[in-house]
Design a protein around this ligand. Structure first.
Ligand code: PMP
Length: 399
């Protein structure tokens, strides 16, 4: 008797996703002797290692039996209290309004689980954060990109898209956006809030970068505007402030959706690691995260300057780069005739990698764009790698 042919079935929503152009790009970027600006990877030299080690030690010594046990789906009380305290700087928040997640990425997935039906439309900025699009897409949602300008999503375009497509929600990253590094000014936030209020549309506001400010100014989320807190799911993450490896984030919500979010979280993973939650809570209670974030932001600011200064003179006529006031990313549009995807292999051969921008568009990609993360390398390494990128661009300009 011969065995029947066998293959695990794959759900249609994951079909064709075994390999992705992005996976190929990241493996190219990981080649030896390549300076990669492709990933949004915090500089590990800047991790606040000793206070984090002390917090783990304290939790295991003083709360060990609890830390190693199952917890509750909504998240450990101490962490929700710390999260509520930080959020209350801009949006008054009670610990009961917090749902802890394993990073914002899980938060996006939990939201999609709780809210999306196959065929639903989600409106996103054009361009937007790719992995959010994936989390929504595997739940059968259609993403429609809304026009943006240098101040973020364009309110009239948003209103028209809402009236045409009746989205389940709008997904925005208003501060130090991924991938563009742009920030929505206050007036734009107000105009966007008015559109959302007028049309009764929920907002999913993703804010992992907001505290990484290079100017000293901080930005209140759209959720803080009058009438918006009860219509917004606001996501925060410790990934860029403390550690991405610890996988702790949270979202703020109000009303009955809080129960659904807890049920969805339980269905996915019961709860986030109790050890990690209690440790982050201890760290937030005893260490000075604000001072740490100020220090990290100062370093990132120098690196942004190094990248912008090196890149600006090398750009062809008609190209644009953003000048982020915080966060991790700079966005370059080389302009007509350039294809950043097409140019990547040559750039990698020259020892420098970036992320081609097309992947961040839900539709109509501008293929001349690229995302460059400035946070991982020293100013000297950045300047050197960007000059090599400049040579690659120049060869394209000539040909
Ligand atoms: N949202 C945005 C906009 C991001 O850039 C990222 C990380 N790249 C995430 C969410 C997810 O981050 P994490 O799961 O590490 O919190």
């Amino acid at each position: 008797m011969t065995d029947a042919p066998f293959r695990f079935p794959v759900a249609a929503r994951y079909a064709g996703m075994e390999s992705s152009p992005l996976k190929d790009i990241f493996s190219l970027a990981a080649r030896e002797n390549v300076v990669s600006f492709a990933g949004g990877i915090p500089d590990p030299q800047l991790f606040d290692l000793s206070p984090i080690a002390e917090a783990y030690d304290w939790v295991l010594t003083h709360q060990g039996t609890r830390a190693l046990q199952y917890g509750v789906s909504e998240g450990e009380r101490e962490l929700r209290e710390q999260a509520a305290r930080r959020l209350s700087r801009t949006v008054p928040t009670d610990a009961s309004q917090i749902r802890v997640t394993s990073g914002s990425q899980e938060g996006l997935f939990v939201i999609a689980q709780a809210m999306l039906e196959p065929g639903d439309v989600v409106l996103v900025e054009s361009p937007t954060y790719l992995a959010a699009v994936q989390a929504f897409a595997v739940h059968g949602a259609h993403m429609i990109g809304v026009d943006t300008d240098e101040h973020g999503v364009v309110p009239d375009a948003l209103e028209e898209a809402i009236r045409t497509h009746h989205p389940r929600f709008v997904y925005l990253i208003p501060t130090f956006q991924n991938p563009t590094g742009r920030t929505m000014p206050v007036e734009r936030r107000q105009a966007v809030a008015e559109v959302l209020l007028r049309t009764g549309t929920p907002l999913v506001e993703d804010d992992p970068y907001g505290e990484l400010s290079f100017t000293g100014s901080t930005w209140a989320p759209i959720a803080a505007l009058p009438g918006m807190s009860e219509r917004t799911l606001l996501l925060n993450s410790m990934s860029k402030l403390m550690s991405p490896g610890v996988r702790i984030g949270w979202m703020r919500a109000e009303g009955p959706i809080l129960d659904t979010l807890a049920v969805a979280k339980a269905a996915i993973s019961m709860q986030s690691s109790v050890v990690d939650q209690l440790t982050v809570a201890r760290y937030l209670a005893t260490a000075d995260l604000d001072a740490h974030v100020a220090q990290v932001s100062a370093v990132y600011r120098e690196r942004r300057d190094a990248m912008a200064q090196a890149l600006a003179p090398l750009l062809p006529a008609g190209a644009h780069i953003t000048h982020p006031d915080g966060g991790m990313f700079l966005w370059a549009a080389l302009g007509k005739g350039y294809d950043a995807q097409d140019m990547l292999a040559e750039a990698v051969d020259a020892g420098v990698a970036y992320l081609p921008g097309w992947s961040f568009f839900a539709s109509d990609p501008d293929r001349s764009t690229m995302r460059l993360s400035f946070v991982t390398h020293s100013p000297e390494v950045i300047a050197d790698a960007i000059s090599r990128l400049g040579e690659v661009i120049a060869r394209r300009t000539e040909s």
